[in-house]
Design a protein around this ligand. Structure first.
Ligand SMILES: [Zn+2]
Length: 166
């Protein structure tokens, strides 16, 4: 039986299947020649990072403040100098906080209705808005913590070869 005609792989596909992935030749902090260049980055635990962020602390060290005024994220951590401006949580924080607030308000609503307490529907807007406002910062901080831990949006390159700080 003759060989089946196999269409040639595109160069993109060949690179994925055959040769190893090209290693990054530039370290984000020290440039070419950095000793840690090409080493796999240290794994970061996402849950502690999210909790630190939710508390408004730097996801890397938990020491420095994450936020400046209101929802403004600081450029760098004042404690460990981690770059924080890589975050892209601005758009996700609002709808996520609104969703979480809605869940809580709906559960409270259900509980009150089961107790045969039925305040008019519009009164639920107030706790929802209050909860939403209270949740905005912790939710945004937690999202930033997750982005940091998963090295998204440039957190990938930030401080790659910097010696690990306590
Ligand atoms: Zn820090």
């Amino acid at each position: 039986m003759g060989d089946m005609a196999i269409p040639p792989l595109s160069s993109h596909h060949q690179r994925q299947v055959g040769a190893p992935r090209p290693t990054r030749d530039l370290c984000g902090t020290h440039g070419a020649g950095c000793q840690r260049m090409g080493n796999p980055p240290l794994r970061r635990a996402w849950l502690p990072a999210m909790l630190r962020g939710a508390r408004g602390r730097c996801p890397a060290c938990g020491g420095g403040a994450l936020f400046g005024q209101l929802l403004q994220v600081r450029e760098r951590c004042a404690s460990c100098d981690e770059e924080l401006y890589h975050q892209r949580a601005d758009r996700l924080a609002w709808p996520l906080a609104a969703f979480v607030a809605l869940q809580v308000v709906m559960l409270a609503m259900l509980a009150l209705h089961l107790l045969d307490l039925r305040p008019p529907l519009w009164t639920w807007a107030l706790p929802w808005v209050a909860l939403f406002a209270l949740l905005l910062r912790p939710v945004k901080g937690a999202v930033i913590g997750l982005q940091w831990a998963l090295r998204l949006h440039g957190f990938q390159y930030a401080a790659m070869c910097r010696p690990r700080r306590p």
